[in-house]
Design a protein around this ligand. Structure first.
Ligand code: HEM
Ligand code: NAG
Ligand code: NAG
Length: 324
C-alpha cells in the first residue's frame, strides 16, 4: 500500500518534471527547427532575397531593419507585418515605421513560395529572421546560424511601436543603452548592432537637427549633407542620404571609422563616439573587422531571442499580413 502510494507519487512527480522540461525545450529556438518539416526553407528564402537584393541592393538594408523593428516591439513575432484590421491598428504606421520600413513585399513573396512547399509550417517571424541573416551575408557581412521556431502573433502593438520602444535617431547614449537593456541587450550588443548602419539610407527629417545644429560633426560632411536636406522643417523631409559614406553598399566596418571622423549621420550614431564610455569599442571595431563581425553575429542571435512565441503560443500565419 505505502509502497504503491510512493510509486504513484514518484510517477506524478517525474511526469511533472517531463512536462516542465518539455515546456522548456519548446521555449528554446534552434537552428534545425525545420530540418524535417521544411528542408528546402533556407534555399527558398535565399533565392528570393538574392533576387530582391540583385534588383535593388538597398533591399538588404531594409530587410535587416525590418527584423530589428519586429523584435523590439513585443519580441520577434512577425507583428510588424500585420496590416491594420477593424480590431487593431498595425505597427506599420507607427512613427519609426511609417513611410520608412520597407521589404514587406519581399516577405510576402518568400512566404508564398514557402507555403507552396511546406504549407502551414513556417512562421513569418522566422522568415524575417532568415531574410535579415541572408541580407547581411549577400552584402558581404558575416554568416551566423539563425535560430528558428518562433511563432506569429495574432495582433500588433501600435502604441508600443509608436512610443519609444524603438529608440529615436535623436537619442542620447544613455537612452540607447537603456532601450537595448530593456530588451535584454548589452551596451556591447547595442554598439555592434548599430554597425548595421554600414548599409542603407536615412531621410532628411531624421538627421536635419544633427547637420544644422550639432558641433561634433565634420564640417565638410555637414556641408555636403545640407545640399540635399534643407533647414526648414517640412521641406525635403523625405530626401535620403547614405548612412555610411565610407562604403554604403557593403556590410563592412567603415561605419566605425566614419564615427571616429565625426561623420555619423544620425545623432544616435555619433553619440557612440563622443568622448564617452563606448568610444573604445568604436575604435576596436574600426580596427578589427573580425571583432565587429563576431560581435554583430552574436548580437543578432541575441536580438532574435527577444520574447519569441513558442510551443502552442501564437500561430503560423497563412498570410503574413493578417491573423488566420
Ligand atoms: C541604435 C538605435 C538605432 C536607431 C536610433 C536607428 C535609427 C534609424 C533611422 C532613423 C534610420 C533611417 C530611417 C528612415 O529615414 O527611413 C535607420 C535606418 C536603418 N537602420 Fe537603424 N537605428 C538603430 C539601430 C539599428 C539596428 C539595431 C539595426 C539592425 C540590426 C538597424 C538597421 C538599419 C538599417 C539597415 C537602416 C537602413 C534601412 C534602409 O535603407 O531601408 N538600425 N535607422
Ligand atoms: C503615416 O503617413 C501617412 C502619409 O505620410 C500619413 O498620412 C499618416 O497620417 C501617417 N500615419 C500615422 C498613424 O501617423
Ligand atoms: C536648431 O535648434 C534650435 C533650438 O533648439 C531649433 O529651434 C531649430 O529648429 C533647430 N534647427 C534645425 C534645422 O533642426
Amino acid at each position: 500500500m505505502e509502497y504503491d502510494k510512493q510509486r504513484s507519487m514518484l510517477k506524478v512527480f517525474s511526469m511533472m518534471i517531463m512536462i516542465m522540461m518539455g515546456a522548456q525545450a519548446q521555449a528554446q529556438l534552434s537552428s534545425d527547427f525545420y530540418s524535417e518539416s521544411c528542408p528546402s526553407l533556407f534555399h527558398v528564402v535565399r533565392q528570393v532575397v538574392h533576387r530582391a537584393v540583385a534588383r535593388e541592393p538597398r533591399m538588404g538594408a531594409s530587410l535587416l531593419r525590418l527584423f530589428f523593428h519586429d523584435c523590439f516591439v513585443n519580441g520577434c513575432d512577425g507583428s510588424i507585418l500585420l496590416d491594420d484590421t477593424p480590431s487593431f491598428q498595425g505597427e506599420k504606421t507607427a512613427g519609426p515605421n511609417n513611410n520608412s520600413v520597407r521589404g514587406y513585399e519581399v516577405i510576402d513573396k518568400i512566404k508564398l513560395n514557402v507555403e507552396r512547399l511546406c504549407p502551414g509550417v513556417v512562421s513569418c517571424a522566422d522568415i524575417v529572421a532568415i531574410s535579415a541573416r541572408d541580407s547581411v551575408l549577400l552584402l558581404g557581412g558575416p554568416h551566423w546560424s539563425v535560430k528558428l521556431g518562433r511563432r506569429d502573433s495574432t495582433k500588433a502593438n501600435f502604441v508600443a511601436a509608436n512610443t519609444g520602444v524603438i529608440p529615436p535617431p535623436t537619442s542620447t547614449l544613455s537612452n540607447l543603452i537603456n532601450r537595448f537593456k530593456a530588451q535584454g541587450l548589452s551596451t556591447r550588443d547595442m554598439v555592434a548592432l548599430s554597425g548595421a548602419h554600414t548599409i542603407g539610407l536615412a531621410k532628411c527629417a531624421t538627421f536635419r537637427n544633427r547637420i544644422y545644429n550639432e558641433s561634433n560633426i565634420d564640417l565638410s560632411f555637414a556641408t555636403s549633407r545640407k545640399k540635399s536636406c534643407p533647414a526648414t522643417a517640412g521641406s525635403g523631409d523625405n530626401k535620403e542620404a547614405i548612412l555610411d559614406v565610407g562604403s554604403p553598399k557593403r556590410f563592412d566596418h567603415s561605419y566605425y571609422s566614419q564615427l571616429r571622423d565625426q561623420k555619423g549621420l544620425l545623432t544616435s550614431d555619433q553619440v557612440l563616439f563622443n568622448d564617452g564610455p563606448t568610444d573604445s569599442l568604436v575604435v576596436a571595431y574600426s580596427r578589427n573587422l573580425n571583432a565587429f563581425y563576431r560581435d554583430f553575429a552574436r548580437a543578432m542571435i541575441r536580438m532574435g531571442d527577444i520574447s519569441p512565441l513558442t510551443g502552442s503560443k501564437g500561430q503560423i500565419r497563412n498570410n503574413c499580413r493578417r491573423p488566420n
